[in-house]
Write a protein that binds this ligand. Sequence first.
Ligand code: ADP
Ligand code: ZN
Ligand code: ZN
Length: 735
Amino acid sequence: MSRIAETAPPTILRVAVPVPLPTLFDYRPPPGMRATDIAIGARLCVPFGRGRRVGVLVGVQAHSELAPERLKAAIAVLDREPLISRELLASLQWVARYYLHPLGEVLEAALPAGLRRTREPPVAGDAALMLAPGAAESPASARPGSASAALLQLLAAGPMRIAALDARLPKWRGAAAHLRRRGLLVATRLPTPEPPPVRIDPPPLTAEQDAAVGTIAAAFDRYAPFLLEGITGSGKTEVYLALAERALARGRQVLVLVPEIGLTPQLLRRFRERAAGRIHVLHSDLADGERTRAWLAAARGEAGVILGTRSAVFAPLPRAGLIVVDEEHDASYKQQEGLRYSARDLAVVRAKALEVPVVLGSATPSLESLANAESGRYRRLTLGSRPGAARPPTFRVVDLRGKRLEDGLAPELLAAVRSCLARGEQALLFRNRRGYAPVLFCHACGWHAACARCDKPLTWHRGAARLRCHHCGAEATVPTRCPQCDAAELKARGLGTERLEQTLLRRFPGVPVVRIDRETTRRREGVDELLNRLAPDQPGIYVGTQMLAKGHDLPNLTLVGLIGVDEGLFSVDFRAGERLCQLVVQVAGRAGRAFKPGEVWLQTHHPEHPLLRALLRDGYAQVARGLLEERRLAGLPPFAHLALLRAEAVTPAQVETFLAAARHLAADPAGVELIGPMPSPMPRRAGRHRGQLLLRAGERAPLHAFLPTWLAAVRELPAARRVRFALDVDPLDLY
Ligand code: ADP
Ligand code: ZN
Ligand code: ZN
């Protein structure tokens, strides 16, 4: 029986369907088709429940566990050629296994929405019109002098875009309708023209840049991971550009990942100025159609450079030549909900599958990447100086202890801002809190406004006249009197960017202050536009959150003030120290990028804190070494591997019962340590109680050997029905 079964021809389709179930689904081929005629990686429209879904064919086989009469037939095959290449499908299957996430949902995360619907994918290119085949042979088919004749004559030279027709023959539409009815014209598509190239010649590379480019280019055509560690302003982007030019010249595709959408316009501009190939942008903020077109352009190999944020790591790359991850340390590469993947890690996985070099670039590399460089898994390349006359900024620490402050600003810092402005230069003040004040409290009785669903203070947004919870998004009106004692003495405590802006406007009348945070960029202007509000030679002040840490060059920016970074010194998060150092260095790196020297002022109540002292004295690379040593001693990543089971529910008991049962199921797995259950660092959010169970392993193999069977059993727990839970492999934070 089984021998016959093994040789039987495959008749069953194995389909990944985007539903939150960790299995594949079996279907019969659509009527009249054979299973083997359908390409692996093609999309299928299949019946599911009472509706239909778009799934992807991942395999064919001879048998199904379902009885034949229960097997449904797929409704239609949507792609004749596989939409998902063999490599991409294999990489997505790796993602599904590694992050223990249903393959159907991984595919859903990877595909633009336009390709997940049951409709045909949009055709790439601009709408155009051409003569029907054969029509060219009968030129006299319209009355001479008519619009139809003029249109036929225009199109005799070849297909034309609608926009061009509008310009050449304003009356073409009526004529075209008539000619199409007679079968003389047909609609077609022409590739969207590149914007006219504004080629700018590259600067001659510095010796360090040249060495980096040479080393990486020598590894074209094979998998080779590099860590490009270059101080801020050292010209890492020039290295990417030079490499992209070389890859394109070889007819290869280049994938460039950046952490934030706000960074794509300027990088896009730099690539346009330099690179010859077609450049496509791919990120989740694009309209569906645009995103689908960019994805298809990549899949067809038309896109030379694909520039995008996190999800662009799933771009199809049939002619892959190079992958670049800029600012590789950035936390936004990690998706924090649903499929919790790390685009940086995935970029390396894909580079391996595609056999191409991958460059992870940063001025402040993650400890993970540094450890990989130390162990020799990544090859380390460094850029230690800024090209030309630009020099790294000098640091000054302002000891805040016992000092009288004006809205959180020390007199020295205010004086420094004043003289910076007097020199006609620009200052940047960094504060990582949006809103006016993090706390609104009653001076009479001590009450403060808190989110009833999170037990955390509400932030006062004074301009908007709202109290907002930065954890769950809840909003409330601002009370005029204390709800507890009815006093009219409500006061702001703490400093947000909005308050900083007000203070500076008051302190420096007539000086433009540009605030850059999630609120000001939510309106039409992006970070880039806001940074352009000040002319390069105009004195002024930028105020903002970490959105300011990156962005285009501001040659006249010579002073950076860091306000309220102390919170990062005492966080429970084991990555807080690393993050703080990265932030300080990145923000500081904005100063003095051109000819003028820059200065960085750091306000703190803890000038003696060892981390701050070490950072300012020895620099990031040295501090990172120390932090790595601490992680090694504490048994934390990158020297251990973590997975976090998070759960939330209406009552604390439901969370506890579930996590305790999950822990009990685990028994005593070899090589894996279970820590907890314990409440989350933030035990309540949006009205739900939260808890977690941490899994730690010295080696990755035992952890990944343990997780699949355990998670499958956890899913079956009766207590699982009363909680929402998710497993986070390689969690970035333990919140
Ligand atoms: P990073 O990406 O490391 O922050 P960039 O590539 O943006 O650095 O370079 C910083 C500045 O230095 C930019 O204005 C860039 O045009 C300039 N620059 C980079 N490389 C060179 C070079 N070889 N010669 C002259 N200017 C350069
Ligand atoms: Zn009160
Ligand atoms: Zn809340």
